[in-house]
Each structure stands twice: as structure tokens, then as C-alpha cells.
Design a protein around this ligand. Structure first.
Ligand code: NAD
Length: 362
């Protein structure tokens, strides 16, 4: 089959790790007889420098005309001037908004051979396999009013947590569809006891849950969940939550895996069934302090390519092949510096990518 993939490597280590993810996709195309047409575009600081905009209309059009977007990372100290309005991360915001990428999926797996890299005890993280589904387009980050003003008593500011039943229903459906293909459990996380928007969230989540009789949907308060995530992570299958809670929990969940360099993500504009346009990126940033040294871990980017195959191209076997190859490379004891353990073999970014390709083609 033939697919168009937009590749936006971005800044810092973005281009280094994206290169390895693209290599894995090329290997998949060769092994399974597909044809992937990759078209590159600039994003973030690289686009600001070369084109005066973090994401030009042309690059946006390229993404809209593609089957999927492979994204690296954007940002870095060079573009951190607070006096300048145009910022690298606006590339991501524009893509999310224009393409309505409302569903952010972050799978978190604790690889058994890396459990000592987690700050949590191995017996706690071992066996963790969760997908956190974060609502990405609404809630506290976008609700109006959102402003700051002066009063006679001093300065004030307000943000608004605003959700419609439509926004809640569509993200809970994403979680239920995912659970259907996994262990059939969804935990919906809210602050039902304190927030009116959470009461609507819980009501709508319950209604949607009733449409999925094969899925067990339960509810948990955000404060309880934040503790359970690090004390009893194996209890969770799919977790669905709003934008601000999801922002916090997805980062908290990174401690289960042990390194930022291992976690992929997908942002989708529809259900994770069939072929849905999506943006695929490692959860980490541009890591400017290690950029250009060839030491960044490319596995998060490579695992993002697996998600791209699964959710945008509907190629499950091919996605699984990448995930198996990553697992096999880790089992063979090869490690980038961020996941180095005693007795393992240190490799760089490119070597790690080569090893994954080798396993894919063997
Ligand atoms: P970061 O994720 O770039 O780095 C955090 C730490 O993890 C650093 O020590 C880094 O060296 C390490 N690290 C990250 N990825 C790694 C990898 N693949 N292999 C090995 N080590 C890795 O976060 P930060 O330092 O807070 O931010 C750096 C820049 O990235 C900032 O400009 C920030 O705005 C940007 N950022 C971009 C995104 C994105 O593009 N989605 C996300 C987060 C941060």
C-alpha cells in the first residue's frame, strides 16, 4: 500500500531521532511491501530562522494532505527571548488547532530489563502497561474568560475550565475503543467532588461507557489517581482525563518507564480505528544540551513511528513488528546513555536505530 507521511524534524535532537524513526519506517516498507512517500517540512525554531514563521501555510498544507505526520521536537534557548511573540512551540499549537487533534494518547510501558532505571521499586513498575488518553483541545487551557486585570485590592487573574458534552463524549469514546482492543478497562479521572465541569465529565463518561457493554468504565478522583499511578500502576489499562490533569499525569507516568527517551505519543483527530490523521512525536523536548552529539535515545521516536502505523495507516502487524524489534534490541543489552545499566553495551543514536532496523529485517 502507498501512503504519504509528512516529516517535521524540528529543533535540537528532533532531527537526530526523527531520522532513526524514518529509517524504521523505510525498513517496514521494505519488509511488508508498502510504499511510503516522505516529505520534509520545517517546524519550530528551524522554521522561524529560515521562513520567519514557526509553521508556514505551505507546511500546514503538506500536513493536511498527508496520511500522517512524524514530528520531532521544537524549541531551544536560541528562541527563548520573552520579548519576541513568535515562538517555536506555536508550530505544534497551530497543527493541533487546525487539524483538531483532540485526542492525545500516551502509552506507557515498563520494559522489564529497564526497571532499575525507574525511581520506583522494580516490583511496583514491573508489568505496567497503560495508555493515558488526554483531551487536548479544550478545558482549562482554552476556556474563556482567560485574563488578568488590576483591581483596587490588587492583581487578579482567571482561567476557565469549560467542557461541552460533545467534547467529553468524543474523548471517552477514544478511550473505550482503545480498551476494546486491550484489557477492556477504562478509568475516567476527574475532580467530581470540587468542579462542576467534572460533574458533567463524569455524567457523560458514564453515558458513553454504557454504549460499550464489553468495556468496564470506572471513575477516580484526580488526587487519588496521582497516588495510585505511582503506587499501583499495574491496576490500570486505559485512563482518560481532561487537558490539565492529562498534562500532569502523562509526565508523572514517565517515571514508570525510567527515561523520557522511551515514551512515544500520538495526537489524533478521530477514533483510533481505521485510518485517522494523526501527529506522532516522542514526549521529550529538543534536549538542546545533548543535541548534535549523537547520544540521544531514538527509541521514543521509533516507537512513535509504530503508533503512526497503528493509528493512521491501520497497519497493526507492522506496528507490532517495530515494537518487537525495540524490545529485542533492549533484550540484547544495547543502551543509549540515558538508559545505560551495569553490564549493558553503550550505543549512540544512529547505532540504536541501525540495531532496530537489523531486528526488523531479520
Ligand atoms: P527535554 O525533554 O528536551 O529534556 C529533559 C531532559 O531529558 C534533559 O536532560 C534531556 O537531555 C533528556 N532527554 C530528553 N530526550 C532525550 C532523549 N531522547 N535521549 C536522552 N535524553 C533525553 O525537556 P526540556 O529540557 O525541559 O526542554 C528543552 C526544550 O524542548 C525547550 O525549548 C522546551 O520548550 C522544548 N520542548 C519541546 C517539546 C515538544 O516539542 N513537544 C516538549 C517539551 C519541551
Amino acid at each position: 500500500m502507498s501512503f504519504k507521511i509528512a516529516v517535521l524534524p524540528g529543533d535540537g535532537i528532533g532531527p537526530e531521532v526523527t531520522e532513526e524513526a524514518q529509517k524504521a519506517l523505510v525498513a517496514v516498507a521494505g519488509r511488508f511491501g508498502h510504499s511510503f512517500e516522505f516529505t520534509r517540512g520545517l517546524a519550530g525554531g528551524a522554521a522561524l530562522d529560515a521562513q520567519g514563521s514557526p509553521l508556514t501555510d505551505e507546511t500546514l498544507a503538506l500536513c493536511q494532505q498527508s496520511d500522517a505526520i512524524l514530528f520531532g521536537a521544537v524549541g531551544g534557548p536560541k528562541w527563548d527571548n520573552p520579548q519576541v511573540d513568535l515562538r517555536p512551540e506555536q508550530a505544534l499549537f497551530r497543527l493541533r488547532k487546525t487539524l483538531d487533534l483532540f485526542a492525545n494518547l500516551r502509552p506507557v510501558r515498563a520494559f522489564p530489563m529497564l526497571s532499575e532505571k525507574s525511581p520506583l521499586r522494580p516490583e511496583i513498575v514491573r508489568g505496567s502497561d497503560i495508555i493515558i488518553v488526554r483531551e487536548l483541545a479544550g478545558g482549562l487551557y482554552f476556556g474563556q474568560p482567560k485574563k488578568r486585570w488590576e483591581t483596587e485590592e490588587g492583581r487578579r487573574a482567571v482561567d476557565t475550565m469549560d467542557y461541552s458534552d460533545r467534547e467529553i463524549a468524543r474523548i471517552v469514546r477514544v478511550a473505550c475503543e482503545l480498551a476494546r482492543r486491550r484489557r477492556k478497562g477504562v478509568v475516567s479521572v476527574d475532580k467530581f467532588n470540587a468542579l462542576i465541569s467534572s460533574r458533567l465529565w463524569r455524567q457523560v463518561a458514564t453515558e458513553v461507557g454504557q454504549e460499550y457493554t464489553d468495556v468496564e468504565l470506572s471513575h477516580m478522583l484526580a488526587d487519588t489517581f496521582s497516588m495510585q499511578l505511582v503506587t499501583n500502576p499495574t491496576a490500570f489499562d486505559v485512563v482518560v482525563t481532561g487537558n490539565v490533569f492529562g498534562d500532569i499525569f502523562t509526565d508523572e507516568s514517565a517515571v514508570l518507564a525510567g527515561s523520557m527517551g522511551l515514551l512515544p505519543s500520538a495526537s489524533l483527530c478521530g477514533l483510533p480505528t481505521g485510518r485517522t490523521l494523526g501527529l506522532y512525536e516522542p514526549i521529550h523536548g529538543s534536549a538542546p544540551t545533548i543535541a548534535g552529539q549523537g547520544i540521544a535515545n531514538p527509541l521514543a521516536a521509533i516507537l512513535s513511528a509504530a503508533l503512526l502505523l497503528r493509528y493512521s495507516l491501520d497497519l497493526e502487524t507492522e506496528a507490532q513488528a517495530i515494537e518487537d524489534a525495540v524490545q529485542a534490541v533492549l533484550e540484547s543489552g544495547h543502551r543509549t546513555v540515558d538508559i545505560l545499566t551495569e553490564g549493558s553495551t553503550k550505543v549512540g543514536t544512529k547505532e540504536m536505530g541501525d540495531l532496530v532496523v537489523e531486528k526488523l529485517l531479520s
